[in-house]
Ligand binder design. Structure first.
Ligand code: ADP
Ligand code: ADP
Length: 228
């Protein structure tokens, strides 16, 4: 599903964030990306959804080579790769329903079908009863659930999450993890950067540790491996 070959990333200011990464992630895998601050986790993840371009190397998602995707096609790519952020990034003036519907790629869909799909994903994140609410009227955990609904509304094969529980308390973080696990169980590949030691060490999944822009560890049922 995701293949990186000899990927390097040097930012324009000269910082070498990623220094030769080769990885392969299969369909339906759930992968944690861990490592100290500044190790290159965010850059690694941004390369996957084409927020950053590699300086060298190739990145393939499904049958698509990311470097070959034209600028104007990036919005379409984003709909096939769902992304969830630490700070949710919801549109504040739109309702929960509208935030999700806005992301839905609609090609001559009837209003009824759009509504059906939006309500379907709101059901998955258990927010059907708050469809009319504005983001500011929701708790942090609920806002993250809206962001997840938005990320999966186009049924992407890959869901990328950059510290999705970073702003949430432990209990709420577990709710989010349960939802991500359900989405993964339906066949979506999930790649999640995290500092949450408890979650990584409890929900044993593949762990890729990044240090100094390289893969320092890659374990099938790995642990967090750092103090915090
Ligand atoms: P992590 O997510 O593990 O904290 P990052 O990928 O954010 O690591 O950062 C890796 C390195 O790249 C750090 O030295 C960081 O300061 C640098 N970096 C990140 N983003 C940029 C950027 N847009 N421009 C320049 N340097 C950056
Ligand atoms: P902007 O960043 O231009 O304000 P949006 O508010 O539409 O754009 O989106 C916020 C972030 O969420 C952007 O980084 C965008 O790429 C991302 N995003 C939008 N729709 C989706 C989606 N369906 N799946 C994953 N990420 C999305």
């Amino acid at each position: 599903m995701i293949t990186m070959k000899e990927v390097w990333k040097t930012y324009p200011n000269g910082v070498m964030a990623i220094n030769g990464i080769d990885i392969h992630i299969d369909k339906s895998e759930f992968v944690y990306v861990v490592g100290p601050s500044g190790a290159g986790k965010s850059t690694f993840i941004k390369l996957m959804y084409r927020e950053e371009k590699p300086t060298r190397g190739s990145i393939q998602i499904g049958d698509e080579e990311l470097s070959k995707v034209k600028e104007r096609h990036i919005p379409y790519l984003r709909r096939r790769i769902g992304v969830v952020f630490q700070d949710f990034k919801l549109l504040p003036t739109l309702s929960v329903y509208e935030n999700v519907a806005f992301a839905l790629e609609v090609i001559e869909e009837s209003k009824a079908n759009i509504r059906k799909r939006v309500m379907q994903v709101l059901e998955i994140v258990r927010l059907k009863n708050k469809a009319r609410f504005l983001p500011q009227e929701l708790s942090g955990g609920e806002q993250q659930r809206v962001a997840i609904a938005r990320a999966i509304v186009n049924n992407p094969s890959v869901l990328i999450a950059d510290e999705p529980t970073g702003n949430l308390d432990p209990e709420t973080s577990w709710e989010i993890m349960k939802i991500l696990e359900e989405i993964n169980n339906r066949g979506t590949t999930i790649v999640m950067a995290t500092h949450n030691k408890e979650i990584v060490n409890t929900m044993r999944k593949r762990v890729i540790a990044i240090e100094g822009g390289r893969v320092a560890r890659d374990e099938a049922k790995g642990d967090y491996g750092y103090e915090r």
